[in-house]
Design a protein around this ligand. Sequence first.
Ligand code: SF4
Ligand code: SF4
Ligand code: FES
Length: 246
Amino acid sequence: MGNIKFKIARSISNDCFVQEYQLPFEPGKTIAGWLTRIQEELDPSLLFPISCRAGLCGGCGLMVNDRSVLSCETMLDSYWREGDDCVSLKPLQGFPVIRDLQIDWNSARDRMKQVIPNRELIQDDANKALSGMSKELCDLSLKLGACITCGLCVSDCPVIPGGKFIEPFIFIKSRKIAEDTRVDVDSKKAMIRNLSPYLMLCIHCGKCSDVCPRALSPEEAVRYLRENEADVFMDRTSGDTYNDFK
Ligand code: SF4
Ligand code: SF4
Ligand code: FES
């Protein structure tokens, strides 16, 4: 097979440009594998996000041919055929870019802390375990806990560029906390109040669910949280768990 050509979005200081690289094609390599080859064989200055290389940490998101993917578990073969002009690689959308393909997570983390003030508390209370939860709730909690905070849902959400929304995965984390019997009702109410301005902004397009590598649905979480929002604001709530809101 011939050469494969990459066009990679680069940014160094304030200088943004697209750089081309070519390598002989070989099948069965992930995007992360190709980026490592480019870095090792052609350009050590290229910066791209990578960590566990096993689909576990969520730290390798980027855009290939304008689709948001985890680079360590995405084979290039499905994005390039001989005769194609090139493969384009860009950083995930919806985040500031540190350099090249590396995005900055600081503002997203800060927003998550502002909306979910009790995350530390939940860690501290881990010994209380999930004893008060039904099997269904435990299963749901485990499922929601599969979010690897990869940011693909941020990149594909059409409301994010407006600058007034929050990262869709925050709705998944919030939904998990809403179901957690270790968290007190007042903390859950405070969380819903913090989320309230953002719940209205979701347009329910489902793009976040379509792109999620863990088959989670931030959109569904928004629907659930909105259903409970009115109760929180009208103070129709009591009891020890979020489920008692209803
Ligand atoms: S909800 Fe899915 S796409 Fe969004 S950060 Fe979590 S794992 Fe990634
Ligand atoms: S369903 Fe809502 S959160 Fe998900 S991508 Fe669409 S607007 Fe964004
Ligand atoms: S590097 Fe950890 S999920 Fe890809």
